[in-house]
Design a protein around this ligand. Structure first.
Ligand SMILES: [Zn+2]
Length: 494
């Protein structure tokens, strides 16, 4: 019993130490004898099934054979009846089903190796084979969403429907037609979509002569090359004076250094290499786009955004012009257009009286004349800039005030205040010289018709006090009156 127990324990240990289901590492399928590298095939991303041509295409057949030859498993076919439901590249002979069982560790390890081979180096082999996407074990990898890696898929029900017992690979038309560099050795630079050499389609890629040797060189895995998963775009509107911003998109792998070159009508704009670009008058009527270049190591990849619409004229700001000065006859007014105008804006000035242009008043400064007194004066500023629509703005209208006399003397009355005598008014010296008029008063009441500088006293003035008013008028000045002192009571004639 003891011995049997010992043997049983030893066997258990042996079983535990024996690696189960670890596949012997197979090498990757041999590439063509001459394989253009580091160039890589053009790829259009996802090309869904659109027609019915279910015959197996030669690139699809060759890939399925290569997978089975290298890693085993078996074919579950390529073609599918067009009457079966759903969109499927099987209906165009562009998809293959490779039977491998995810329950078997050996099969899983082999599929894992196939996946590493296809997806390494940013999917270099996938590009060379024209692979669009791979589904395995309810997960999907696609060349057009590489940055998302392997994505879990919603359950479709059965074991087979969830691809747990086979690998599905869909190919681009070029991959399905065997026109990609894995099969030809020459990098496909213009996608042919399977129709090479017909009509206006590009000529088919020449086949590179294959070596008969079985020791073909391995794929040289170059440095990772950055790859955009979303095309760069532009944020903003194409209007002179506005600023556009680049939306560089997502680049895989992360860590690439991005640089920018803005273009006008397809040509590089000198010094426009920042993330933002302010649109100038030179862009008017032209479309703008931006080229984004991603550099990783010694490799640079560029993608160009779509163009904007043609640039339209800019909109100038309309601040209210500011006028400084007293708005008074003879005092200069000075206008300024306000802030916010782009460099190079020119301004035309026009002063207006009651909203009508004042002749020759077209400078930034204007001195109101006597004609302006009592009227509303304002400044119109017309702003113009190349590439912008011209705008007119107006200052606040202000009523022009008259000036005051600088000297308005009190008149002095001379002469004896006796009935029959004559009084004389001396107005003094007004500054500036004004036109003077007179009015005599008797006990504070106007004496009708007595509007000269002298006044002969009559009987009606007896016992009353007399004074005179001097009224000064001058264009542009406020009419001003001054009054003499009243006389003593007018006495009887002598
Ligand atoms: Zn399939």
């Amino acid at each position: 019993m003891r011995i049997r127990n010992l043997i049983a324990a030893a066997c258990a240990l042996l079983i535990a130490l024996t690696p189960i289901g670890i596949a012997r590492a197979a090498s990757n399928p041999p590439p063509p004898a001459a394989l253009e590298t580091p160039g890589i095939d053009a790829h259009l991303g996802y090309q869904p099934q659109q027609s019915c041509t279910p015959s197996a295409k030669r690139g699809t057949t060759a890939l399925l054979k290569a997978l089975i030859k290298n890693w085993g498993g078996s074919s579950w076919g390529i073609s599918r009846f067009c009457t079966s439901g759903g969109t499927s590249e099987h209906k165009e002979g562009r998809a293959l089903d490779w039977h491998m069982d995810s329950r078997k560790a050996k099969d899983r390890a082999k599929v894992d190796q196939m996946i590493r081979w296809v997806t390494a180096n940013n999917g270099e082999v996938a590009y060379r084979l024209g692979i669009m996407y791979i589904i395995w074990n309810q997960k999907i990898w696609s060349i057009y969403y590489q940055e998302l890696g392997w994505r879990k898929m919603a359950s479709r029900g059965s074991w087979t429907a969830n691809h747990k017992d086979h690998v599905h690979i869909s190919l681009s038309w070029d991959g399905a037609m065997g026109q990609t560099s894995w099969w030809t050795g020459a990098v496909l630079r213009v996608p042919n979509q399977g129709r090479c050499g017909t009509g206006s389609n590009a000529a088919c890629v020449d086949q590179v002569k294959r070596s008969s040797s079985s020791s073909w060189p391995k794929v040289t895995v170059g440095p990772f090359r950055p790859y955009p998963s979303t095309v760069p775009a532009i944020a903003g509107s194409a209007r002179v004076g506005l600023t556009l911003a680049v939306v560089p998109g997502t680049w895989t792998p992360p860590g690439a250094t991005l640089s920018y070159q803005w273009q006008r009508a397809g040509k590089a704009i000198p010094d426009a290499t920042a993330e933002r670009y302010r649109i100038t008058a030179s862009d008017l009527g032209k479309a703008i786009r931006v080229k984004v270049s991603a550099t990783l190591g010694s490799t640079t990849v560029s993608k160009t955004s779509d163009s904007t619409t043609n640039t339209v004229a800019g909109v100038l700001p309309t601040p209210r012009p500011v006028v400084t000065g007293q708005s008074q006859f003879g005092s200069p007014l000075t206008g300024a257009p306000g802030d916010g105008f782009p460099d190079g804006t020119t301004f035309a000035y026009q002063w207006q009286r009651d909203s009508k242009n004042i002749a020759s008043a077209t400078a930034a400064s204007y001195t109101p004349t006597s004609k302006d007194v009592g009227h509303a004066v304002r400044l119109r500023v017309r702003a113009s800039a190349t590439g912008y629509a011209t705008v007119s703005t107006y200052s606040v209208a202000r009523t022009v005030q008259p000036r005051a006399f600088t000297a308005a003397p009190t008149p002095v009355v001379s002469g004896d205040p006796l009935v029959g005598g004559t009084l004389r008014a001396t107005p003094g010296v007004w500054q500036p010289t004004a036109s003077l008029s007179y009015q005599w008063y008797r006990d504070g009441k106007q004496v009708s018709g007595q509007t000269k500088s002298s006044y002969r006293l009559g009987k009606a003035d007896l016992g009353k006090r007399v004074h005179v008013r001097v009224r000064a008028t001058l264009a542009g000045y406020a009419t001003t009156s001054t009054y003499s002192e009243p006389t003593a009571k007018v006495g009887a004639a002598r």
